[in-house]
Design a binder for this molecule. Sequence first.
Ligand SMILES: NC(=O)c1ccc[n+]([C@@H]2O[C@H](COP(=O)([O-])OP(=O)(O)OC[C@H]3O[C@@H](n4cnc5c(N)ncnc54)[C@H](OP(=O)(O)O)[C@@H]3O)[C@@H](O)[C@H]2O)c1
Length: 252
Amino acid sequence: MSKVAFITGATSGFGRATARRFAEAGWALVLSGRRLERLEELKAELQDKVPVHIAALDVRDAAAVKALVDGLQAPFDRIDVLVNNAGLALAPEAAQKVALEDWHTMIDTNVTGLVNVTHAVLPKLLEIGKGTSIINIGSVAGEWPYPGGHVYGASKAFVKQFSFNLRCDLVSTGVRVTDIAPGMAETEFTLVRTKGNQAASDALYGSTTPLTAEDIAEQIFYVATLPDHININRLEIMPSRQAWSPFAIDRD
Ligand SMILES: NC(=O)c1ccc[n+]([C@@H]2O[C@H](COP(=O)([O-])OP(=O)(O)OC[C@H]3O[C@@H](n4cnc5c(N)ncnc54)[C@H](OP(=O)(O)O)[C@@H]3O)[C@@H](O)[C@H]2O)c1
């Protein structure tokens, strides 16, 4: 029987690369995201290798999340790995210039959405127990503050602490929990953050060597396939050409 990975945000970036990585290893896939046509393309690409179930899903909609999970039929009705990847940053400008709606969208997606999916999928993981995993995609922004990080960084700090707290409750169940915290990676992330500014995205990732979606997918697959008795609590990954800056100091 194939193992099953349930991946949110599979229409782009890390989620799509992760679907491809698990498919390479023969895992059945439940893939979701809001853009159905992207999911259909990915299913067409992967379905000769492995069983693929796709569903257009907005993770902010708790009822839709629960309906999807509860309605899964064999072979997708067992879930071995949940990859809580759907998420976004908006509004790279300073906090005092940001529309409240953008803050709400980040909280609704990165915090409430992740909680919605975790709550719906957890009973399926518990049915199997040993060796299953929840892999939450946090960010270096959840640990390290930076200008323009405001609610995005705070939402990823939630992901980190929620992951650690889940570990405490699940310690005797066999369900593992990991917070994977990437640094700069070239995906559609900056295009979304700048509301479609391709030049800004190209400028950020140009003339350096960012992580790729495939780099992160490889780490997700590694964490998910470690021996049952190993739990990676948090994995923070940066490109070699990214590091921290000195403190900012306001001067006269
Ligand atoms: N790239 C980076 O530098 C970086 C660094 C650290 C952490 N991250 C985190 O990594 C995760 C994946 O981001 P990415 O870099 O791969 O960006 P991406 O290419 O923009 O992919 C984001 C994915 O999230 C999905 N998504 C967004 N809002 C959603 C919603 N309400 N419901 C369902 N799906 C939703 C998108 O699908 P639809 O638009 O089709 O719904 C898309 O598949 C995010 O949690 C992000 O915060 C990224």
